[in-house]
Design a binder for this molecule. Structure first.
Ligand SMILES: Cc1cc2nc3c(=O)[nH]c(=O)nc-3n(C[C@H](O)[C@H](O)[C@H](O)COP(=O)(O)OP(=O)(O)OC[C@H]3O[C@@H](n4cnc5c(N)ncnc54)[C@H](O)[C@@H]3O)c2cc1C
Ligand code: FES
Length: 268
């Protein structure tokens, strides 16, 4: 993990409040895994602290990793500042950080569940799943958002050939329901070998419950407010099943086996 100046390759608006940012970076990212993240500081002044963002995809050139792309939603001061940066500007990037999704050998039927901007690390994840030899028709993506404007990357996933079930809370695209609803129905009918999920806390708690009910392996990417991203500030502590120690999302996660987390206390 290193901190380096990242030259912005592009910073493109892809929706009402969503942007894709490409950043040139060192060969360190050859080893990056999906679910890992970077801490980004968009310039001097406020906010003082960097902000965490998942690696959305690797930027390749001549067979080598020459950069990363992040997909972000503008929610506050840090992301607003990021949205005003331009191609050629330089920002501070620390990464790759944390521990990502683990795609085991031999998995055949896979469910990936995305809620809103939680989709960000899942493009890179699905690339890895398919690289492991999983048939795209056995990779089921449940892609949900509040409205059609909050459903991202649909066309990119479509090109990968994976099976997509689209949902929105207001019915403006796909089925009008929570994304966990069709996922649970499909899992009840024919359980997957593993579930991967990223999205809001309530969605993750529900996914963990479905996995526990069916005794299916499940990995979730958890979000907390982070100050350092490297295990120094202890600000990202969450309760795990082991009462003797907290889990630190930046260091022990952000991706966890869902059985390790104490859901009732984290997302009550
Ligand atoms: C491991 C990890 C990976 C992430 N990956 C992405 C990503 O790929 N794309 C993306 O858009 N966002 C991602 N996030 C969330 C992102 O870090 C926050 O949206 C960002 O820090 C907000 O900064 P801000 O200065 O714009 O907002 P602030 O001004 O700091 O806050 C604005 C509002 O957002 C809330 N908020 C801030 N951070 C979080 C958070 N982590 N979780 C929930 N609410 C928060 C605050 O409580 C406040 O209400 C990730 C978070 C983590 C922990
Ligand atoms: S963010 Fe500082 S310890 Fe995790």
């Amino acid at each position: 993990m290193i901190q380096e100046p990242g030259r912005i390759l592009h910073n493109t608006k892809v929706g009402s409040v969503y942007y894709r940012m490409g950043l040139a970076c060192s060969g360190k990212y050859e080893e990056a895994s999906p679910g890992q993240f970077v801490m980004i500081h968009a310039g001097e002044g406020v906010p003082l602290l960097p902000r965490p963002f998942s690696i959305h995809r690797l930027v390749m050139s001549g067979g080598r990793v020459t950069g990363i792309e992040i997909l972000y939603k503008v929610v506050g001061i840090g992301t607003q500042k990021m949205s005003s940066t331009r191609k050629g500007d330089t920002i501070r990037v620390l990464g790759p950080l944390g521990s990502g999704f683990r795609v085991m050998d031999g998995v055949r039927r896979v469910f990936v569940i995305a809620g809103g901007i939680g989709v960000a690390p899942l493009f890179f994840l699905i690339e890895r799943i398919l690289a492991k030899g999983v048939d795209p028709r056995e990779c089921h993506l449940f892609l949900g958002g509040k409205t059609s404007k909050d459903v991202l990357c649909h066309d990119d996933f479509d090109k990968m050939g994976v099976r997509i079930v689209l949902t929105t809370d207001d019915g403006s695209a796909g089925n009008q329901c929570l994304v966990t609803h069709p996922a649970e129905m499909a899992a009840d009918k024919d359980p997957p070998d593993i579930i991967f999920a990223c999205g809001p806390a309530g969605m993750l708690a529900c996914v963990a419950q479905i996995a526990a009910k069916l005794n299916v392996l499940c990995q979730v990417s958890v979000e907390t407010i982070m100050a350092c991203g490297i295990g120094a500030c202890m600000g990202c502590a969450v309760d795990g099943q082991d009462p003797d120690r907290y889990l630190h999302v930046c260091r022990d996660g952000p991706v966890f086996d869902s059985r390790l987390l104490k859901w009732g206390s984290i997302y009550s």
